[in-house]
Design a protein around this ligand. Sequence first.
Ligand code: ZN
Length: 438
Amino acid sequence: MDWDQLLIEAARHLQEYLRINTVNPPGNEVEGAKFFKKIFDSESIPSQLFEPSPGRGSLLATLKGNGKKKPILLLNHMDVVPVEKEHWTVDPFEGIIQDGYLYGRGALDDKSMGIIEMMALLILKRGRIPLERDIFFLATADEETGGGWGVQWAMENISSLGESEYALNEGGYIILNEAGSADRYEISPGQKVVFQLQLKAKGTSGHASMPNPDNPNVKLIHALEAVTKWETPYNVLPMVKEFFQKMAPKQPPEERKYFEDIEKGLGDPSFSKRFTSNLIYNAMVRDTISLTILQGGSKINVIPSESNAALDCRLIPGSSKENFLKEIKKRLGDEIEVEGKMEGKSVQPSSLNTEFFEAIQKFASKNDPDCPVAPLLLPGATDSRFLRERGITTYDFCPFRLSEKEVMRVHGHDERISLENLRFGMKMLVEIIKKVAT
Ligand SMILES: [Zn+2]
């Protein structure tokens, strides 16, 4: 395999892809879908373009196997978030290469993933690798604003996708330490469940010069104080327990015993205080509540008749929404109206006991001995929820090696990916597919 040549090819494709503006809204992902279609056509890999709404295209390409085993789905999204151009040192839509990095909106999230997944199909096809499974490549629209025109539409309307046994999607990375070597492989088999609530307080309006005891703003802030102070109970899933067990050897000696059995460790008040000051750790072990919108009044000398707030809550999969809501209402009191705004399905994380996960683990132990493969419970939401709810074992993992600082460029300024990562990503992906599909 001439990886140098493949890297040149992949970088050229990614440059061209980054030049296609797919900022969502409006998305216009159909241009990205056409870009992929042209390449798959020229390699004689069958593909189909879907456009459920004008401009909102998705592309499915299929590399056929002998059908002995069920398909693998390689998922990526084509839309990107907007840019604040004035904060970039290069044009975010020019695909500029500088000092070994390719810059552009989508360079990490998620266009590089699309390119290495496409390259994997090309490499397997050119190498005439006999496959026991079909390999699906699905580039979708609309991930950044909920997936309605993208993966959700695709899962509801393209029946073959539901036959997939495994799926790989964006999410975790190989996180590098300060010395530049691999600290951990973060693979996410599951995510928190979105549960958003709209709150309303009603009261009596009037002139601000005569304060009244029925001011909705005052009622709302008192109620919110109680809710935001609530320390939700710990709820540690087995995969989360495993994550911290694997992270234990990396902790200072006096902390290790707590990480080895995090459920027990959290029983120690001083440890749990230290532990939950890490925002991601905190989100992995309990339901969380963020007060995100607060609206009341529009004129300084008028007491309004109504004020509103919104809570963005993220629940541990399997956590009871009914109980959670009951606890919220108890703290808000009777005077606050509560209404559900958006509610995700509670989907259990995918199993770690699979040949796909084992293939990742094998790769990791060969490539980065002693580096843990840690199953991260993602605090946020990815498209994978639509796959897991159909029973597809889905792992969120981009095979790229990034420092925590580089990861911060996702949705940020000067988003970029190193060319070395493109090479590594292609190699790792091809090796894993070969393990699981041949
Ligand atoms: Zn993304």
